[in-house]
Design a protein around this ligand. Structure first.
Ligand SMILES: NC(=O)c1ccc[n+]([C@@H]2O[C@H](COP(=O)([O-])OP(=O)(O)OC[C@H]3O[C@@H](n4cnc5c(N)ncnc54)[C@H](OP(=O)(O)O)[C@@H]3O)[C@@H](O)[C@H]2O)c1
Length: 391
């Protein structure tokens, strides 16, 4: 089988055209919803005609191949696997997954493609993860399919900066910093000001984004000032498991009636080594939902490098939404562990001193203008950018 970057024969005009269509399908997905997974698009064909299109739309959701099979009518909603006879060819921008990885939330795509009777597979890029690279193509060939691979994976990588950045930082989760600000860039209401800065449509979206995150992280100041539930309450319905809530400091002084303790779901309390536990926490730890992570402090608070690597290794967290406040956001910036930012701007002027980062944070962050994703949500404007890769 020819491999990318080798002298394999180039694709035919028909294959080039089909891959282009699959890329267009991938571009209809939002990296804000899929990262750290890539945006992937797929076509399902029967007798040379496109009968289905699909894309990977959200982290933890259907892969593009499954979406295309379902679109083609090959995979009824009530069936555990697709039916043969509807699709004989699949075009997909990334090598289909083949590993039964406990961190993956779905069955391997190669199994579904073979069950659907796919005889030909055209792929835009090999899986860049060395642990899986080539195994999807090999499994398809072993299953009797004819496999073609594009010699040029650059279109796949050009649209998947967030995925590449996550692969380059395998020892920590992918980090999305989020805040809501007034038009004058303030993130906290003065006394007597509105409880919420952003409107209900923005807050609904935040619940969707929380729901597809593995973890949601806040600092001590926000825990104490806002007393948040911090769980995911998406309009699309609850996900089977709540994201893990991570509290950086403040657990020791928390009142037992705090909202954070009310809702079910895993919680991680970041505390100083040998700091001692309040009685309610010692009791909660027995339930298995609460965990304590003892993390050493630097002059800037808890050591975020150690914290993030433990969250990745010990809790398998791949994507964390950091909801602030400014102190925490400032530390993430200083430690250079931010992958993307998500900002909701409301048409209000708040005044005051509380900006998104403390004044002493002098850590300019270059954002990739080409990655901009924006939306109007009610009266608010939402924008998301990926961070520019250091050269
Ligand atoms: N508009 C928004 O989107 C938004 C979102 C969140 C919060 N807020 C607002 O922001 C305000 C709270 O912000 P804040 O800056 O005071 O609190 P914060 O960022 O939530 O927490 C900061 C505190 O956490 C502790 N900490 C421990 N390790 C840290 C580390 N590595 N980096 C940073 N902090 C660490 C520090 O306290 P110790 O030194 O005592 O450990 C620090 O003072 C509230 O008014 C809240 O309403 C707004």
């Amino acid at each position: 089988m020819e491999r990318q970057g080798t002298a394999g024969d180039s694709l035919s005009a028909r294959e080039d055209g089909l891959l282009l269509k699959a890329e267009v399908e991938a571009l209809r997905a939002s990296w804000l919803m899929t990262a750290p997974n890539p945006r992937v698009g797929a076509l399902a064909l029967k007798d040379g005609h496109i009968v289905g299109r699909g894309r990977h739309e959200r982290l933890g959701g259907m892969h593009a191949e499954e979406a295309a099979l379902r679109d083609a009518g090959a995979w009824p909603a009530d069936s555990p696997e697709p039916n043969p006879g509807h699709v004989d060819e699949i075009v997909v921008t990334l090598e289909p997954c083949s590993a039964k990885d406990p961190e993956k939330r779905r069955n391997p795509c190669v199994e579904s493609l073979l069950a659907a009777g796919v005889e030909r597979l055209l792929v835009g890029a090999l899986d860049p993860d060395a642990r899986h690279q080539g195994s999807g193509l090999m499994a398809m060939e072993e299953g009797g399919a004819q496999v073609r691979l594009s010699p040029d994976p650059s279109p796949f990588f050009a649209m998947n900066g967030a995925f590449s950045r996550s692969l380059a930082n395998p020892d920590r989760p992918w980090i999305l910093l989020k805040w809501a600000a007034s038009l004058d860039g303030k993130v906290a209401s003065p006394p007597g000001g509105p409880r919420w800065i952003s409107g209900p449509e923005s807050r609904d979206e935040v619940h969707e984004i929380r729901a597809l995150s593995d973890g949601i992280l806040i600092g001590k100041g926000t825990l104490e000032a806002d007393d948040p539930f911090l769980n995911a309450r998406p309009a699309s319905g609850p996900r089977p498991e709540q994201p893990t809530r991570i509290f950086v400091g403040g657990g020791e002084s928390l009142a037992p009636e705090a909202h954070a303790l009310e809702k079910a779901g895993p919680r991680i309390w970041v505390l100083e080594p040998d700091g001692g536990l309040p009685p309610w926490m010692a009791e909660n730890l027995k339930s298995g939902e609460d965990h304590v992570l003892e993390i050493p402090r630097t002059s800037d608070g808890f050591d975020l490098g150690i914290l993030l690597s433990r969250l990745r290794k010990e809790f398998s967290l791949r994507r964390i939404l950091v909801e602030g406040g400014p102190g925490i956001h400032g530390s993430f910036l200083r430690e250079e562990c931010v992958d993307a930012v998500l900002i909701y701007t409301a048409p209000i002027l708040l005044g005051g001193r509380e900006s998104a980062f403390p004044a002493e944070v002098a850590a300019p962050l270059a954002l990739d203008a080409s990655s901009k994703e924006e939306a109007c949500l009610g009266r608010d404007h939402r924008v998301a950018f990926q961070v520019v890769e250091a050269s």
